[in-house]
Design a binder for this molecule. Sequence first.
Ligand code: GLN
Length: 495
Amino acid sequence: MLNSTAIGIALAVNSGELSATDLANEALARIAERDGEIGAFLAVTRDLARRHAERVDDAVRRGKSLPLAGVPLAIKDNMCVTGTPTTCASKILDGWIAPYTSTAVQRLLDAGAIPLGKTNLDEFAMGSSCENSALGKTVNPWDRARVPGGSSGGSVAAVAAGEATIALGSDTGGSIREPAAFCNVVGFKPTYGRVSRYGLIAFASSLDQIGPIAKTVADAALVYDLMAGRDPMDATTVDLLPEPTLTGLREDLRGVRIGIVKEFGLEKLEPSVRAVYERAYEDLQKLGAELVEVALPTADYGVATYYLIAPAECSSNLARFDGMRYGLRVEGADVGSTYEQTRAAGFGDEVKRRILIGTYALSSGYYDAYYVRAQKARTLIAADFKKAFAACDAIACPAAASPAFEFNAKADPVSMYLMDYYTIPMSLAGLPSLSVPCGYVTPEGGTLPMPLGLELSGPLFAERSLLGIAHAYERATLHAQARTIPEIVATAGAK
Ligand code: GLN
């Protein structure tokens, strides 16, 4: 049953056919058996999982029906869960125990999900490969010599390796969509403000958004529906009643206009990768969609804009880690040196790099030249999307320019930053955007086929229509059928 979808599991548990406790034990056994190789989890919350499973079984016995009854859930380790370690994969928070639970997680637990543990990420969600974690290494279940993508690498690897049925990730500039593409799962970033950030440890507050990682679009829709909506604890959540998406899933794309971005021309891609995306666009057409060319003339400035705004916000957000309140404290001769030594020992290189860039961009002499200018560019990017969406219902493009790469292949930080070329513009504009499996390529020099993801993005708050379109594509193509790692890949990778 562990290989089933969340919807399938919830049905079986609610009908009494399956016990949540048995399922939780099965999931924990699978983690014990596989996670030594995969490294998806930083902490496994066995007791918590069993306690929740008992509660679900009790509720079902009393005749209650829960939308996520018994569904094994993995949680990215930048989300607080009461009484569990929450580290952001940083030494500075190693050993810190969260005193409260984030709203998004709480809503899933209330719906009957079983919290299996906390998953690995790039430190404070800064990265595109999961290699910036200070606390563990996660491999891509499709090829263990390759990265799972980042920053939500642990969450996608857990779902791809069958260790969890659903997972939560956070996406600031692509951290749900890019790893989902690398590991052949569905990863969905909702509109900014749809899902509460309360209890999500902040990286860049104007961009951060929690979203579901799942094996199918329908599962992602269900998880999103349960999490979305106003939260009094997060003033940036919108006061708009979210339309349910699970009931909006469709089987064809008749009457749908899909925008193909002129500036994202496929000719820039490797021929084998390009062929996969050409085929994906054809498949959309075969389903009845009309493909229309749209222009995003400022999208090329996305990465540069993001790498001013995100570091600026992170330099401010991470000021709170000073050895006084949370986690690590390295005692110095006075308060100032305690701050300095704690931060010097606690943060990794990438986090320090961003704090430096952000502090510089916000400093009085440079604020107008860098930060304000980046904010203006962000407004122009959002305006381009608005214009594009006058001509189409959703935009299709690659989630990333290549499949998952090998460890240490992107040692130059800028080459890593460019991995988010296709995901960052949507984040800057706050749009809902997802990655859905769309095919495989065998990378040059590689022996194993690696998955690719099709990114679909919609106008603000158009989650229902977007997930509907993604579902039709997923149903009509075969890629989703290889949702779990074929045994042959699992064995080949283990060698
Ligand atoms: N890779 C991007 C970065 O390093 C995005 C990360 C994210 O979405 N959290 O900032």
